[in-house]
Design a protein around this ligand. Structure first.
Ligand SMILES: [Zn+2]
Length: 180
């Protein structure tokens, strides 16, 4: 705890230079140009990621099994990056898992310093082979509660707000087993 405090105090209070915020653009304090691009394109995600995102929209996490080494992979891929075997058997997984690694970000998306950190990390999903998973946010916990090895559960967006995106899961919250 002491070590953490010392580390925090060693940060410079003010970064050098002039900060530019969104409102400086909208209030025309800085020179800018603006146009509406007319770009039409589609992007194929491939069979594995397409199915994964469709299932997220339905509120489910799906993985796939390697035909050769039987590893269960999530997010699913069409081949196993361990043994290069093909994959084909879809496996529904739980929406619970274990924190493999995490980070507390004191910078927001605009790289501005924030008081309350954003909690992110990699979660290995229950039912998939261990020691791999995907990145997501953590919520409903204090930063100091977040630990490697802790059990977590997905908090989903309401069904009518899901759009087939990894953010159809809002974040993972602490899971103490038995609760739904
Ligand atoms: Zn394999």
């Amino acid at each position: 705890m002491t070590e953490k405090k010392e580390q925090k105090e060693s940060y410079p209070k003010y970064a050098p230079g002039t900060h530019v915020h969104d409102k400086d653009i909208y209030e025309r304090k800085i020179t800018y140009t603006w146009w509406e691009p007319e770009v039409q394109y589609s992007w194929s995600l491939g069979p594995a990621m397409s199915r994964f995102l469709q299932e997220l929209k339905a509120g489910k996490i799906i993985g796939i099994k390697c035909n050769r080494c039987r590893r269960v992979i999530v997010p699913p891929r069409m081949f196993c990056e361990y043994c290069y075997g093909p994959t084909s058997d879809w496996v529904y997984l739980k929406d619970t898992g274990t924190v493999e690694t995490f980070s507390l970000s004191y910078l927001d998306a605009d790289a501005r310093r924030i008081e309350e950190p954003i909690l992110i990390g990699v979660i290995s999903i229950d039912g998939a082979s261990p020691k791999h998973g995907f990145m997501h946010y953590f919520g409903e916990m204090k930063p100091e509660e977040l630990k490697i090895g802790m059990k977590v559960k997905a908090v989903w967006k309401p069904e009518n707000e899901r759009e087939g995106s990894i953010t159809d899961i809002k974040y993972f919250k602490p899971f103490r087993g038995g609760e739904e």
